[in-house]
Design a binder for this molecule. Structure first.
Ligand code: GTP
Ligand code: MG
Length: 178
């Protein structure tokens, strides 16, 4: 069955977003402490497709060798999982573009892995802050990308973005006859 993975820096809100999309409070375990998700967790939706919660990258407190092991394990999953339709790269809307995220998306591009971006925690910004942030991020991306990937915004507090993200998944599922 097709699957959709959520990845991004530790604490960006991957597990919270999965719960928001499913309308369930504690399906995926969340925490204020980075590094909560340490396994690849699959959630079967409508007996038809999977949402996949991945460990975050760039979590400084795990040792270097653990961090390398995780990176390899994530890379293996992303590159070899045949039913992985799309990777959602989550970006925290409160920060300037971070090197680690830009590099990760660059790597996905090089490896020709289809991905979309989701800006998380939008509830932390007001309307002006939102559009400023989005414009600045897109400008930064366009320095290296000819074309932007699909971009979504989300808040697991207000459920903003839920319909749009689910509609996108349904659309991609449609291409694969699901
Ligand atoms: P790891 O599994 O550790 O990599 O983290 P994660 O990316 O799964 O993050 P998680 O969903 O556990 O959320 C981290 C923290 O951010 C928690 O304290 C959440 O309550 C908070 N958080 C997540 N999403 C949102 C959001 O949309 N708005 C706000 N205000 N807080 C959020
Ligand atoms: Mg998590």
């Amino acid at each position: 069955m097709p699957e959709y993975a959520f990845i991004g820096r530790s604490n960006v809100g991957k597990s919270s977003l999965i719960n928001m999309l499913c309308g369930r409070k504690s399906l995926a375990k969340t925490s204020g402490t980075p590094g909560k998700t340490q396994l690849i967790n699959h959630f079967l939706i409508n007996d038809n497709w999977y949402l996949v919660d991945l460990p975050g990258y760039g979590y400084a407190k795990v040792g270097k060798s653990t961090s390398r092991t995780w990176q390899k394990f994530l890379a293996d999953y992303i590159l070899n999982r045949e039913n992985l339709m799309n990777v959602f790269v989550l970006i925290d809307s409160r920060h300037e573009p971070q090197k680690i995220d830009l590099e990760f998306m660059g790597w996905l591009g090089e490896q020709q892995v289809p991905f979309a971006m989701i800006f998380t925690k939008l509830d932390k910004l007001n309307a002006t802050g939102k559009s400023k942030f989005l414009d600045a991020y897109k400008k930064e991306m366009l320095q290296t990308w000819e074309e932007l990937p699909p971009i979504f915004v989300s808040s697991s507090v207000s459920s903003e973005g839920k319909e749009e993200i689910l509609a996108y998944i349904e659309e991609v599922n449609g291409y694969f006859g699901q």
